[in-house]
Design a protein around this ligand. Structure first.
Ligand SMILES: O=C([O-])CC(=O)C(=O)O
Ligand SMILES: [Mg+2]
Length: 227
């Protein structure tokens, strides 16, 4: 892909992301001076999976009316597509869940690749049993029902200070969550691949007995730049 001028399709971008990890993508964003890495949201169980896909946003809000309403995220999940990743913005609230096992069941049927909650989730064991990747700030037993609704979907949201829109990309793994704005995906992925290659060479140097002070010194192994 290096040097390629051909635009990546979403499927190609997702396939490349799945060969990377969140640290390499975060480093690429750093190099380009772009935001994307978030802190405080982590995998709900120890995982060796790299989750990558296309963002679909849900904006959560407290339920204001007394009457019946759609359950949060159902409208988005019902129309979601393969490799979508549901990203729920509950503004960091951890006193109520936004995600549970029934939503996970429906998500698997749609081919959804995973879920990220800027807030809390529940029924963690049900998502895990279904193999649905789940990232959140916390797990709590408290239901969304009667408390939280979907205010909007596919609107721009803020996740821990990072601006995120539907059809951006996201990668998440045991290290955390990193968003990639769609318009920068090509440059970010190309750079992240070069960063991975550099790290592999550095690891090989350490394995072959070179002093780690030398291998990791800023003067060694050409720093990967934006060019
Ligand atoms: O009531 C809720 O918060 C949703 C829930 O548990 C589920 O989707 O299984
Ligand atoms: Mg449930």
């Amino acid at each position: 892909m290096a040097g390629s001028q051909v635009a990546l399709s979403p499927a190609q971008a997702i396939a490349v992301l799945r060969t990377l990890d969140s640290c390499a993508v975060s480093d690429a964003l750093d190099t380009l001076g772009l935001p994307g890495a978030v802190t405080g949201i982590s995998a709900m169980w120890p995982t060796d999976t790299v989750m990558a896909g296309r963002v679909r946003t849900v904006t959560a809000a407290p339920k204001s009316s007394g009457g019946p309403s759609d359950h949060i995220a159902t409208a988005l999940v019902a129309g979601a597509e393969r490799d979508d990743i549901v990203v729920i913005d509950n503004h960091g609230r951890t006193d109520v869940s936004c995600w549970g096992g029934l939503l996970a069941e429906a998500s698997i049927q749609r081919g959804i690749a995973g879920v990220i909650v800027d807030g809390a989730c529940r029924d963690v064991q049900e998502s895990q049993a279904l193999g649905l990747n789940l990232y959140a700030r916390a797990a709590v037993p408290v239901s969304a029902r009667g408390r939280i609704v979907q205010q909007a979907m596919d609107e721009r949201i803020q996740v821990a200070g990072v601006s995120v829109a539907s059809f951006d990309y996201v990668i998440a793994d045991v290290n955390g969550v990193v968003f990639v704005a769609a318009q920068h995906a090509e440059r970010v992925l190309e750079l992240a691949q070069r960063i991975v290659a550099r790290e592999a060479a550095m690891a090989q140097a350490v394995r072959s007995g070179r002093d780690v002070r030398e291998v990791m010194h800023d003067s060694q192994f050409p720093t990967v730049t934006a060019e």
